[in-house]
Design a protein around this ligand. Structure first.
Ligand code: FUL
Length: 506
C-alpha cells in the first residue's frame, strides 16, 4: 500500500515537473516582465477602496431631498395610509434645479433625491407600477423628478443620485420573488438609466413593516433582508450602467454611521466587517481590522422631520457647522436633508439658512494658510522615477500627489513654519486612502518660538485620520484659536509607513 502511494506521488511529482517546465516558457517569462517598483510606491495596506469609493469620499458634503407623497399627507412614513395617487398635488411645477442651487450655496457638492419612499409612490413614469406620477391627475405633478434632478445636477456641475426604498408598503407583490425581479430591480434599472454618471444610490434599511400590500387591511410582511433584495445582481446591474455609483446601505459599498444626529466616531475606520445584506457591527467607528472597505455616511436633518411639515424649526447655522465638523471632519461623508415643500421647492427660510452655512464655511475653512509655510519632515521617502514623496505634496493642489515615509517608518513629525504669527483655528489632515487607511495615533502642537510647544485640540481624541480629519483648537462647538508661528503634526503610530495627501491650516 505504502509502495503504491510512493509510486503515485513520484508519478505526480514527475508530472508536476513536466508541467512546470512547460509553463516556464510562458508564465515565468511573463513574471519576468512585471516591472519593478520604479516609482518606489509604498505597498498598499489592505483592504483598499475601489476608485468609485475614493470619488465618493471626495464628494464629502451633499444634500438629501425628501419629497413625495408624504409632503402632501404630512406623514413621515406613509406605509399605513396607502394614500391614492391623486393626493400628490404640487401647487407649482416641482423645481429640482432650485433644490440643487440651494445645496450649492451651502457648498454641498451634490444631492440625492428621494424618488420612492416606503409608501411606494414613484416620482417618475415607471413601467413597474401604476402608483406613480402619471396617475396623480394634475398637471404640475407630471414633472419627472429623477429626469429633472439629473439634468439640473449636470448643468450645475454637481453629483447626483437617487433614494429608492426597497420596502414598498403599497405593492401587492412585496415579499415575493416577483417583487424583487419585476418591481424593485426594474425600478433601480429605470433610475440608473437617468444618467450613467450617478455617484450614489440610496437603499434604506426599513422593510417589512405594516402596509396594505394591495389589500384593504393592514398586514406586516417579514422578509430576510440578507438575501431578499438580490444584492449581488443589484450591484452588477447598477455598475453596468453607472460604474461610479456607490450602492449605499443594503448595497454594501458604504455604511450607515449608526445615528441620524450628524456625527461620526472620533475614531473612525473606513474598514469594517459585514455579512452580505446585514448591518455592520461598528457603525460609528468602523473596525481597525475590518476585512472590507465600507466607509461611513452620516445622514441628518436640517428640520424636525425628513419630509417638509408646516411650521418646523430649522437648525441654526452653528449647529449645522458643528455637524459638518463631526462628520466630514471625522472621516465620514455628510448628507444633509433639506426638504422641498408643497410647491416642490425649498422654502425661503431654508434657502437663507443654507447660504448662511456656505458663508460660515467660507469664513472658517476658506483660507488655507499651510501653502504659505516652510515645511519640513523628520522622514521622507526616497523619490521614484516619476514621483516624489516630499512635504511639498502636502500643500500643493494636485490631488494625486502625496507625502510618504520610508518603509517601516510609522512615526513622523511634519513642521510648518508660518511667515508670521497667526491665529490658528483648525488643522485638516488627509491620508492617501488609495493605499489604505493607516494612521492609528497622532497629535498636533503649536509654538511661537519653535522651542516650547503646546498641544492643539488637546481634548479632541486624535487617533484615526482616513480620508479627512478636521481638528479644532478646542472643540467642535466653539471657535477657539491659538497664536502660532509654528504648527507641527506628529504621527505617532500607523499600520505601516505613512502616506498623507494633504495638510491644511486655518
Ligand atoms: C430612514 C427612513 O425610514 C426615513 O424615513 C428616512 O428616509 C431616512 C433617511 O432613512 O431609515
Amino acid at each position: 500500500m505504502i509502495q503504491q502511494l510512493l509510486k503515485t506521488s513520484a508519478l505526480l511529482c514527475g508530472l508536476s515537473l513536466f508541467a512546470l517546465q512547460g509553463m516556464a516558457q510562458s508564465t515565468f517569462e511573463l513574471i519576468d516582465e512585471v516591472p519593478a517598483n520604479l516609482d518606489n510606491e509604498p505597498a498598499p495596506v489592505h483592504p483598499v477602496p475601489h476608485p468609485r469609493q475614493v470619488e465618493w469620499m471626495r464628494t464629502e458634503f451633499y444634500g438629501f431631498f425628501h419629497y413625495g407623497m408624504n409632503t402632501f399627507t404630512g406623514n413621515e412614513w406613509g406605509n399605513e395610509l396607502d394614500a391614492p395617487a391623486t393626493t400628490y398635488k404640487p401647487a407649482k411645477v416641482p423645481n429640482p434645479h432650485q433644490w440643487l442651487e440651494v445645496a450649492q450655496s451651502a457648498h454641498m457638492k451634490g444631492g440625492i433625491a428621494v424618488v420612492k419612499h416606503h409608501d411606494g409612490f414613484c416620482l417618475w413614469p415607471t413601467k413597474t407600477t401604476d402608483y406613480n406620477i402619471t396617475n396623480c391627475g394634475n398637471e404640475n405633478g407630471q414633472a419627472n423628478i429623477p429626469e429633472l434632478f439629473g439634468k439640473a445636477a449636470q448643468e450645475l456641475g454637481m453629483k447626483y443620485g437617487f433614494y429608492v426604498s426597497p420596502w414598498d408598503a403599497h405593492d401587492y407583490r412585496y415579499g415575493s420573488a416577483e417583487y424583487v425581479n419585476e418591481v424593485f430591480l426594474k425600478q433601480c434599472k429605470e433610475l440608473a438609466d437617468y444618467g450613467s454618471d450617478q455617484f450614489e444610490m440610496w437603499f434604506d434599511g426599513a422593510n417589512g413593516g405594516k402596509g396594505k400590500y394591495g389589500g384593504t387591511s393592514l398586514t406586516t410582511r417579514e422578509i430576510d433582508r440578507a438575501t431578499y433584495y438580490d444584492v449581488p445582481n443589484l450591484r452588477d446591474l447598477i455598475h453596468g450602467i453607472s460604474p461610479n455609483c456607490v450602492l449605499w446601505g443594503v448595497g454594501g459599498e458604504a455604511r450607515w454611521i449608526g445615528t441620524e444626529e450628524g456625527h461620526a466616531g472620533t475614531t473612525n475606520w473606513c474598514t469594517d466587517n459585514r455579512e452580505e445584506g446585514k448591518d455592520q457591527s461598528n457603525a460609528q467607528s468602523g473596525n481597525e481590522n475590518g476585512w472590507m472597505w465600507l466607509p461611513g455616511e452620516s445622514d441628518a436633518k436640517s428640520t424636525g422631520g425628513w419630509f417638509w411639515h408646516s411650521g418646523e424649526t430649522l437648525k441654526t447655522k452653528a449647529e449645522l457647522f458643528t455637524m459638518y465638523l463631526e462628520t466630514v471632519g471625522r472621516n465620514s461623508t455628510f448628507i444633509l436633508n433639506i426638504p422641498p415643500d408643497k410647491n416642490g421647492e425649498i422654502p425661503a427660510a431654508t434657502v437663507k439658512r443654507m447660504k448662511e452655512l456656505g458663508d460660515l464655511l467660507d469664513t472658517r475653512l476658506g483660507n488655507n494658510i499651510a501653502p504659505t509655510a516652510t515645511v519640513t519632515a523628520s522622514n521622507t521617502r526616497s523619490a521614484g522615477a516619476n514621483r516624489t514623496y516630499d512635504v511639498a505634496n502636502l500643500i500643493d493642489t494636485d490631488i494625486e500627489s502625496y507625502f510618504a515615509t520610508e518603509d517601516g517608518v510609522k512615526d513622523v513629525t511634519i513642521t510648518f513654519e508660518l511667515p508670521a504669527e497667526t491665529a490658528v483655528h483648525y488643522v485638516v489632515l488627509q491620508e492617501h486612502i488609495q493605499l489604505g487607511q493607516r494612521v492609528k495615533a497622532f497629535n498636533i502642537e503649536t509654538s511661537l518660538d519653535g522651542e516650547s510647544w503646546t498641544k492643539f485640540g488637546a481634548t479632541v481624541p486624535q487617533t484615526t485620520i482616513g480620508y479627512k480629519r478636521i481638528i479644532p483648537k478646542s472643540s467642535t462647538t466653539s471657535y477657539g484659536s491659538v497664536k502660532a508661528k509654528y504648527v507641527r503634526v506628529n504621527i505617532t503610530d500607523a499600520k505601516a509607513c505613512i502616506t498623507l495627501d494633504n495638510i491644511e491650516i486655518y
